[in-house]
Design a protein around this ligand. Sequence first.
Ligand code: ZN
Length: 64
Amino acid sequence: MKSKVQNVLRECPFCGGVTKRIISSYKQTVMFVCEKCGADVCFYGAEHEPKATQAWNRRNKKLQ
Ligand SMILES: [Zn+2]
């Protein structure tokens, strides 16, 4: 069963695949990893949630 996602993530800006968010407790690093093409984007320190998700979504929007 899938758990509910709090913030909706946009698709991968490169291939349109499903992106998953990985939040590391170490240094509060937030990673977005595409399950299709393997592209990954990391946000460190100051750009942790919810800013990271907003930045990811904004990035995707530019390319549409
Ligand atoms: Zn992709």
